[in-house]
Ligand binder design. Sequence first.
Ligand SMILES: [Mg+2]
Length: 278
Amino acid sequence: MIDRLRRIRAISFDGDMTLWDFEAVMRHSLGHALTELQAHLPASLLADLTIDRMIEIRDAVAEEPRGHSLSLEEIRLEAFDRTLQSIGVNDRDLAARLNAVYLKHRFEDIQLYADVLPAFTALRNRYMLGLVSNGNSYPEHCALDGQFAFVVFAHEVGVEKPDPAIFQAACREAGCAPDQLMHVGDSLRSDVEGANAVGALSVWLNRNRGPRTQSIVPDFEIDTLSELPGLLASCGLKSSMRDGQQGPWTAACGSPDRRTAGNGASSSLPNAPAKVPL
Ligand SMILES: [Mg+2]
């Protein structure tokens, strides 16, 4: 494992829930859209409209089969249109206005986790840093302008994580081989499984220290990005060993096949990539 760490030249990061709290900014931005709605419509129409209801409608729109794919922005606009229809209002212009309000706050009000910039500062002199995302938060829109040497979005590649093609695209952008790439993300399915499949080093960011419920085994598990510099310097001796639990680091270093080592993980995997709302 030390040899694998020594080969690393580039580190790619997932965005949502890895670098920023997407759930928080999404709810915050929907709150602004709801406030905008309250300025245009009588309160009686909005009595039952909540942020949770708006999220339900958006998720339903995203799940609908259609003959063509919609961008995340188009799905959100359609969701606002459908939200208005749910309260008996047909007003495409108002839906577009809500969408504009939402997107402004969705990007401009993103707050990075506190460990992001210190980790980047500690790593950038030795590694190329990149963003590999299924979402659409461009670095220049969310206080990360100039932080990345390479940026890869699923909607630009045409496939989403965990599809190997998006990690291969990241390697092309970074000018490195797959085994010279470390990928860091919060999703076992999208980030860890995808990185494992191309031979990149996978790091599962488990901020909430939750149980690993899938049979996907990361090379490393960390609960804060602050652990990354030390991990790269020392083969992660300080990471992943909590409460006597056998962590992924132990599994990866102790077994020639990391996928056969586990700590009680379920063998069932979801078929669909992790849902990325906007
Ligand atoms: Mg994520």
